[in-house]
Design a binder for this molecule. Structure first.
Ligand SMILES: CCCCCCC/C=C/C(=O)SCCNC(=O)CCNC(=O)[C@H](O)C(C)(C)COP(=O)(O)OP(=O)(O)OC[C@H]1O[C@@H](n2cnc3c(N)ncnc32)[C@H](O)[C@@H]1OP(=O)(O)O
Length: 256
């Protein structure tokens, strides 16, 4: 239910595609288990620098599998931890770019919210329709939307289940760029290549620092940024980057 393809100019981009087309990539247990395993494999393989997460042209993911969830009782989801591993994506330290075409509803939107950068195809449709089926977002929607946008918009999205077009999603701050559907994945790979040209060590540090803005006060965040900035001076890649600039040549990253 997941495909992993090595791509990019330097073959260091992992293109991970959700591949359950008959159910519009609905997030069932098996798909999420395979996604989690694939993400961890890429995370621990130093030959990959950046991840692009996509679906197909009709659907990124139409949400958690409603037919699978319909059978569950409270004990299944609470005691048996049915959704164990579903948030692996939010713990990945390499940059993750979502390339979203088609439906990204419920858990599909929440996967996009976990990514670092979201590119959308012109036909992308986002939304949190959980309220329409008697539940609430459970993969971070009620927590991440208010951090991406404002309370009024977050409430409207989660309380109505209304859909957002790619343009709406860009206006509320979820999506950074919109592309024609068929161009989307290659544009995401171009972006991944640009990021992958930098030192993986420093890229990881930037991601860590930006993400801390979502967890801390401004003063705490500035303190974290200062410490991380100082820590780059303990790396060979920082020395190499600055020396290469002064010597008017491209840097050669050692990754330490
Ligand atoms: C601690 C961790 C907790 C994790 C909790 C996660 C919380 C997340 C909750 C959710 O995501 S709830 C689900 C939210 N999503 C939806 O409500 C969307 C449901 N789908 C639709 O409304 C429609 O399918 C569509 C997306 C508008 C597309 O409509 P269209 O008419 O184009 O196609 P369909 O014929 O409806 O679909 C084709 C095929 O796919 C199946 N399918 C679609 N979505 C789902 C789904 N979410 N779950 C299961 N199956 C889905 C659909 O049933 C069709 O299959 P068949 O009937 O043809 O076999």
């Amino acid at each position: 239910m997941i495909t992993l393809t090595r791509t990019g100019a330097a073959e260091n981009v992992a293109l991970i595609a959700l591949n359950r087309p008959n159910a519009l990539n609905a997030l069932c247990r098996q798909l999420m288990q395979e996604l989690s395993e694939t993400l961890l494999k890429v995370e621990h393989d130093s030959s990959y620098n950046v991840i692009v997460l996509t679906g197909n042209e009709k659907a990124f993911a139409a949400g958690a599998d409603i037919k699978e969830m319909a059978k569950l009782e409270f004990a299944d989801v609470f005691q048996n931890d049915f959704f164990n591993n579903w948030d692996t994506l939010s713990h990945i330290t390499k940059p993750v770019i979502a390339a979203v075409n088609g439906f990204a509803l419920g858990g599909g939107t929440e996967l996009a919210l976990m990514c670092d950068i979201v590119y959308a195809g012109e036909n992308a449709v986002f939304g949190q329709p959980e309220i329409n089926i008697g539940t609430i977002p459970g993969l971070g929607g009620t927590q991440r939307w208010p951090r991406f946008t404002n309370k009024s918009i977050a409430m409207e999205i989660c309380l109505t289940g209304d859909r957002l077009t790619a343009q709406n999603a860009k206006e509320v701050g979820l999506v950074s760029k919109i592309f024609p559907t068929q161009q989307l994945v290659s544009e995401a790979v171009i972006l991944a290549d640009k990021i992958a040209k930098n030192s993986p060590l420093i890229v990881k540090t930037v991601k860590n620092s930006v993400n801390s803005a979502y967890e801390t006060s401004l003063n705490q965040g500035l303190q974290i940024e200062k410490q991380l900035f100082q820590s780059t001076f303990a790396t060979n890649d920082r020395k190499e980057g600055m020396t290469a600039f002064a010597e008017k040549r491209g840097p050669k990253w050692a990754g330490n």
